[in-house]
Design a protein around this ligand. Sequence first.
Ligand SMILES: Cc1cc2nc3c(=O)[nH]c(=O)nc-3n(C[C@H](O)[C@H](O)[C@H](O)COP(=O)(O)OP(=O)(O)OC[C@H]3O[C@@H](n4cnc5c(N)ncnc54)[C@H](O)[C@@H]3O)c2cc1C
Length: 260
Amino acid sequence: MKILVCLKQVPHQDARLDIDGAGTWIKEDGIKFEINSYDTFALEEALRIKDAGEAEVVVVSIGPDRVTQALRTALGMGADRAIHVKDAEIDGSDTLGIAKVLAAVAKEESPDLVLMGLMSDDGNASAVPPMMAELMGVPSATAVMKATPEGDGYRCERELEGGALEVVDLAKPCLIAVQSGLNQVRYASLKGIMAAKKKPMDTKSAGDLGLSGVVGAAGAKAQIEKIYAPVRGEGAEIIEGSTDEVVTQLVGKIKELGLL
Ligand SMILES: Cc1cc2nc3c(=O)[nH]c(=O)nc-3n(C[C@H](O)[C@H](O)[C@H](O)COP(=O)(O)OP(=O)(O)OC[C@H]3O[C@@H](n4cnc5c(N)ncnc54)[C@H](O)[C@@H]3O)c2cc1C
């Protein structure tokens, strides 16, 4: 059994984000990064399958040198092997470009199961998992709250609106994109971090994956036009202060308007 886990490194949730000079992305210099929260649940799920039986867990991340930190953390938590896809040619890829790269890695690895996050904390597209499954030609499920082995595959419980759950069966090989909160994510132990230093980490380029000229800004059909913070509307009042002060002022305003 081989499990491929796709990890995206995203800005730390406490990082102060400023828009870059071109107005199409954020300034990445000097901010901390972390593993996309949804992907930590995907990794934990893979490690639980490994703990329960025989499985090799391979983690993959696309990005610059800094993503090796995310991959090392995953190895420290218990993953067996890491693949770092690093190539300036991939910069500016749209979601389909990223899905093509991950699908090419999956083609080389032939995993029985791909685990990934439902969405990324920064891009929020929620598009890479179903695109990747289509490119691989395997069944997939998104927003998975629970996955249990069933026959030759997995029975997945998907979260629907209003708290309802949908049950779908996927035959292996398959791809599961997990909702947050489906498990309790472990920390990397000191022993695990030390062991991670000896675990293999391969580096691959777009060319290695047969994708030269296909991905990156040149191949992107979606272009980010601009990123901006919404302008404060006329008459909008921002209430500042501690939570108690904000609540007191807000209740006062609502009373003033006769709404309470
Ligand atoms: C024109 C253009 C330029 C862009 N330029 C940049 C840029 O310079 N820098 C930049 O960081 N982004 C850039 N982006 C955004 C980049 O395309 C998205 O990060 C990418 O398409 C994935 O989208 P998402 O993260 O919203 O995916 P989602 O579909 O929300 O992600 C779902 C899951 O896919 C997997 N996944 C997503 N990305 C990766 C990854 N990199 N490695 C491993 N697994 C992954 C994870 O498991 C994740 O939980 C650009 C986009 C466009 C359209």
